[in-house]
Design a binder for this molecule. Sequence first.
Ligand code: UT7
Length: 330
Amino acid sequence: MRKAYIDAIGMYVPENVVTNQDLEKLMDTSDDWIRERSGIQERHHVDGECTTDLALKASEEALEKAGMQAEEVEHIIFSTMASDYFAPGGGPMMTRRLGIPGTPALDIRMACSGFLYGLSVSKAFIESGAYNNILLITSEVQSVALDFTTAGRDTAVLFGDGAAATVIKATDEDRGLLSVKTHSDGRYAEDLMLRTPSTLDNPFLTKELLDKGYGNVVMNGRTVFKHAVTKFPQVIAEALEAAGVEKSEVKLVVPHQANLRITEAVANRLDLEMHSVVYSNIHKYGNTTSASIPIALFEAMQEGKINRGDTIVVASFGAGFTWGASVMRW
Ligand code: UT7
């Protein structure tokens, strides 16, 4: 049966590194608090770059690794929470940046689950024969929408900017995406949101709205945490069952990098050994929203932790709420 598999990944983070000590100068926080509560030591923030700048660098690397010219890309899927323009989205912009006008492009804005939703659509597109390859781009610039004063410290210290691009191709071999399961629950929309611009207001963007902080990401951290540690294991179990794969066969779990404590709690609940089976690189990047899983996959591959034939699980939880998991044979 025709399957979709990840052929190549590229990644890019801005050069500008922001350490916990740098944040101590802006707000009432401490390196100890951030490390203990989240595991984060530093993150990268843009310095004048926009979302498609990051996306272009990651895409060029992914295409080179896949041995493809941009002209060969059959479909783009673009995931971000902050595109260059409010409208149009980043997908069409990427056809311009890559010099491939006319290429179909689909925008998804499923926050931290953007990569999982992108895999879900890619799997369906490729298995149905509609396309032979997809360029799934996940590019996030969060730093422009964070409040770097003490009032915004519970959120601002967690997020970082970064991008990844994943080339997904068709194969007749017994490998690739075995299952993808996704969910959403809008009852918790306000627990992690960026409110403005919003059609709840007319006009939808005013100085008053921005002065209220509506242009910043806000989060009810405890609620997000509580739901995340329950949903991650649930959806991973669901994806394993759909793939017909036993937990003992899994070589590596690569979760969305939101908080090292969430990752550890998930490892505990799944009875997995944190350091050998569950991947984490949050200390270097913070939470890069939908880019975090493919950035982690990229680095796990580079470190030799993912090899051909391995069974890999990826999983996410984030704003919406949205969550998902996929089981893949590399
Ligand atoms: O991508 C998916 C979305 N995000 C997540 O999955 C994140 C989910 N949530 C979390 O990771 C955690 O809830 C946080 C890391 C955000 C917060 O950790 P927590 O253990 O839940 O802390 P808390 O919100 O209960 O706050 C504890 C204290 C509070 O002070 P009081 O009320 O105890 O005096 C906060 O005001 O820590 C204070 N605090 C800070 N202190 C220093 C909050 N942020 C900071 C900060 N530095 N940056």
